[in-house]
Design a protein around this ligand. Sequence first.
Ligand code: NAD
Ligand code: TYD
Length: 365
Amino acid sequence: MKFSKQEQPLSSEPHRILVTGGAGFIGSNFVHHWCKQYPDDRVVVLDALTYAGNRNNLAELEGLQNFRFVQGDICDRVLVDTLLQEEAIDTVAHFAAESHVDRSILGPDAFIRTNVVGTFTLLESFRHHWERRNRPENARFLHVSTDEVYGSLDPDDHPFTETTPYAPNSPYSASKAGSDHLARAYYHTYGLPTIITNCSNNYGPYHFPEKLIPLTCINVLLGKALPIYGDGQNIRDWLYVGDHCRALDAVIHRGVPSETYNIGGNNEVKNIDLVHMLCELMNELAPHLPVHPSQKLITFVKDRPGHDRRYAIDATKAKTELGWTPAETLERGLRQTIEWYLAHRDWWQPLLSEEYQAYYRQVYA
Ligand code: NAD
Ligand code: TYD
């Protein structure tokens, strides 16, 4: 059996699902999850293949009859209209975004374009498609968002709930907040069955090297400095990407249109402690490290401007209403992640391109 009783989908009717950003980190994990769990569903991926998108993430699925990959931009209204219609899409799972805070500080333009205008384009196209098909009951627009829209917590604050007021602090989180408001408004104004999820920091396979966990693993393997912003006391709530995908599955099958669900890992850790954990595990799992023990590489660097101090998610609603809880402990999830990076050098090495090095110099110079 694939699901516990509480996790059974409401309907076994096959879906026809459009996954935007399906060649990125979470999107590709979600596509793998979906194709495995629901082989009868049609899965169409729309992805622009920006620096963060990688068609290799989906290589194992390319031959499947029910799978299609389309390279294209979510801001391209004609393309989105055509895809929704010719594939008779009933469900949109919207992951496509510019997703890295440091890049949003260097250049916010692309964040406004993709995250705000792109989400608007998808909503507007899906609304017309849904109205033309006489508003089918099973239609869903899942908008995947972030806990960063809620701003920063003090040490003693209660974790974010679905009613925490929005207070985004970076161009990235502000653009995601804008897109959340659009998804909400499309339900309230037009009745479009949108659902929003706000999740904490994900980690796992296919994570682009610029983010803290893959960056640390890769730099340890290369014997490069491990940059910690500021005093390293910032806290994040780490969620294993496989747990996140199970939560999104539950939201699509059992979530209520117009609702928001917070999804978190119950793993609040200070950055410096996380990097120490990673170093310990790398010392144990990776043979012949250039610098041993790898903790010697830890280097405190200039803080990120506007760096949020603490994020934490209260995922009670997802537990009580969807029957979802995260299954991975941080230790086990990090171990699996490190093992994946050790076994997939051929995946991450080509991503350290000249373009990536130029970005790296800009942030860490
Ligand atoms: P990612 O950067 O790894 O992937 C984004 C994908 O979107 C890439 O494949 C990219 O090519 C594609 N894309 C970008 N612009 C596009 C456009 N204009 N048209 C079509 N495709 C485009 O991001 P991720 O980490 O997988 O995040 C997925 C979603 O989850 C995002 O909406 C992000 O805001 C949200 N989120 C991520 C995290 C996290 O920890 N990674 C946490 C909370 C929320
Ligand atoms: P990141 O993975 O960029 O996710 P987010 O900013 O969306 O939370 O960063 C996670 C935390 O790690 C965040 O507090 C910033 C910090 N960080 C560093 O200390 N050094 C780094 O090189 C990076 C990329 C992040």
